[in-house]
Design a protein around this ligand. Structure first.
Ligand code: NOJ
Length: 610
């Protein structure tokens, strides 16, 4: 089964497309309502592909869209082989996939692999007796004392991982809500059933999966029930099937753990293609509040090398709380004190807020964090609405605080839906700061200085610097702890960079005359070693990225002796700076400033007239 390969020249044909892709996480329910029933749908998402293509993302990640009682945002699946009727039909889903592919956009699905809803027919059958054909499809026990070492994930709402079932007169095991019983992966029939699910969605045209809650598939006595060897064996089997029948499709692990544990989900390059880097995220927020690079450099130093053909997935915010599971108690207290001043902002073991309100609406800080996200090693994953700096609603329950409707315009319901307000799945934001009157796509498209245009321009820049995707990182030592500086370097395909004079046409930020929504016009590049057709020559590329984590201007002296002879050319304006010599290189950065420099080779730099 081959993936749909469109003729669009911007479609990256390499199997390693994900290594420098920009992902966009989207809540179908919250994006755009095409049939005016108050809930976003697949037809609505399809109608907005123009926008996403213009924004310049490479891959959509769809949050769960299968039938579900919706007690956990669809992570409580009641039928793995269909689409929730509120979102449309399988036919509409195929239409969406085809249209996205034609535009060079890939699409991955959330695969809720660990558990089902208690409304799933499999569970109904399993609980009905101890002898029915699916009796062992879930994890049952006579008492609730087994596996005490396994932590409860939603500590604020669940007291135990066991819940009593009156029907079967036994306890069943669940790592999340009690209405989400865990499947029993020790039963080969369950494994086979899940492979069938996987084949079903890949055959429809999905480009891969985010593997939800993948560390918890198995339970073993005397262990925490996370990251077990049996789980890795299962993933290897899954990967084998992808490699054999669905090349180019990817697995992205949602494994919230310490980098060394999470790196195991890459295996030897024979498990997941991508893993979320969970511990980096809270440390970005910590570093900007402490105005100190240590939280970031420390976690990077603990991050193992990637096996060949793998990549981290890095993010600022997502559909869940800003999880604080991977920090110390002291760090958690600090982050709660800084970012969740109102106790209503807390959710599970984290903070239920979006990016902009977390940053007190500070645009400079938002730009700084995105600059880090787009230049640190990993494929960036954006969360819908954060490209507008949308706000949140902490008065909504659970994580609905960050799942309100996308704000398209200042019109009724923020242009999300023409249904009656009372019919909407959640109320759109209407406050004076973040409400749809103030923050919406239409207004930001018309304003060339908007955050939306800024981020779109940054994605254009990132695409022109492929080393940011797959390059190595050298952290630079510098005496000022408020500054984080690093060089991304490595071989890249020699197709996208400036003319041989090295200073060629300025890669200007895009501007907008009226409200045009047209495809990004920058060719995607594929490193030659990744086997892309036509990309035979490679060249060495080095990009220096400097970030001021402080709210005040900062001087910095960088030890760039290893790069002596090269000339830094600032990426956004193509302005050439003084060549690097053996002595420390001095720069000044404005409050929360950031600079990216192409470190141009001496031969190119010589032709600079300045
Ligand atoms: C992780 C998902 O991101 C979260 O939203 C969900 O509640 C749990 N898995 C349970 O499926």
């Amino acid at each position: 089964m081959t993936a749909l390969v469109p003729s669009d020249r911007s479609y990256d044909p390499s199997d390693r497309w994900f290594q420098d892709a920009v992902f966009y996480e989207v809540l179908v329910r919250g994006f755009y309502d095409a049939n005016d029933d108050g809930t976003g749908d697949l037809a609505g998402l399809r109608a907005k592909l123009d926008y996403l293509q213009w924004l310049g993302i490479d891959c959509l990640w769809l949050l769960p869209f299968c039938p579900s009682p919706m007690r956990d945002g669809g992570y409580d699946v009641s039928d793995f082989f269909n689409v929730h009727p509120d979102y449309g039909t399988l036919g509409e889903l195929v239409g969406l996939l085809e249209d996205a592919h034609r535009r060079g956009i890939r699409v991955i699905a959330d695969l809720v692999i660990n558990h089902t809803s208690d409304q799933h027919p499999w569970f109904a059958e399993s609980r009905s007796s101890r002898t029915n054909p699916k009796a062992d499809w879930y994890v049952w026990n006579d008492d609730d004392q087994r596996w005490p070492e396994a932590r409860v994930v939603f500590t604020d709402v669940e007291r135990s991982n066991w819940t009593w079932d009156d029907v079967r007169q036994q306890y069943y095991w669940h790592r999340f809500y009690s209405h989400q019983p865990d499947l029993n992966y020790d039963n080969p029939e369950v494994v086979e059933a899940m492979f069938e699910v996987v084949r079903f969605w890949l055959d429809l045209g999905f480009d891969g999966f985010r593997l939800d809650a993948v560390p918890y598939l198995y339970q073993r006595d005397g262990t925490s029930g996370e990251h077990l060897p049996e789980t890795h064996a299962f993933i290897r089997r899954l990967r084998k099937q992808l490699d054999a029948e669905y090349s180019g499709r990817v697995l992205l692990a949602e494994a919230n753990g310490w980098p060394a544990d999470v790196a195991d989900y890459f295996g030897d390059g024979d498990e997941c293609h991508l893993c979320f880097h969970f511990p980096l995220m809270p440390r970005l927020f910590m570093a900007v509040r402490r105005e100190h690079r240590f939280p970031i450099t420390e976690i990077l130093s603990q991050t193992p090398e990637l096996p060949d053909g793998c990549q981290w997935a890095i993010f600022l915010r997502n559909h869940d709380e800003l999880t604080l599971e991977q920090v110390t108690d002291e760090e958690r207290d600090y982050l709660f004190a800084e970012y969740a001043k109102d106790p209503r902002m807390k959710r599970h073991m984290g903070i239920g807020r979006r990016l902009a309100p977390l940053l007190d609406g500070d645009r400079r800080l938002a730009e700084l964090l995105y600059s880090l996200l787009l230049s640190l090693p990993g494929s960036p994953v954006l969360y819908y609405g954060d490209e507008l700096l949308m706000g949140d609603n902490i008065y909504l329950g659970d994580r609905d605080s960050v799942r309100t409707p996308m704000q398209w315009s200042p019109d009724r319901n923020g242009g999300f839906s023409r249904a009656d307000f009372a019919q909407l799945y959640l109320p759109p934001l209407m406050d004076p700061v973040y409400g749809f009157g103030a923050v919406n796509v239409e207004a930001q498209l018309r304003n060339p200085g908007s955050f939306l245009h800024w981020i779109r321009g940054m994605l254009v820049q990132r695409r022109s610097l492929p080393v940011l995707g797959i390059g190595n990182i050298e952290l630079l030592d510098c005496p000022n702890p408020a500054v984080l500086a690093f060089v991304r370097w490595g071989e890249v395909a020699d197709v996208s960079l400036a003319a041989p004079d090295g200073l060629g046409p300025p890669a200007v930020m895009p501007t907008v005359a009226a409200v045009p929504v047209e495809p990004a016009d920058v060719a995607r590049t594929v490193p030659a070693e990744h086997g892309a057709p036509g990309a035979a020559r490679t060249r060495f590329q080095a990009v220096l990225c400097v970030h001021n984590l402080s709210r005040f201007a900062q001087p910095v002296q960088l030890d760039l002796a290893g790069w002596a002879g090269r000339r830094p050319v600032e990426v956004l304006g193509r302005v050439s700076f003084a060549p690097i010599g053996p002595e420390p290189y001095s720069l000044a950065l404005g409050p929360h400033g950031y600079l990216w420099f192409d470190l141009v080779e001496p031969a190119w730099a010589e032709s600079d007239p300045s």
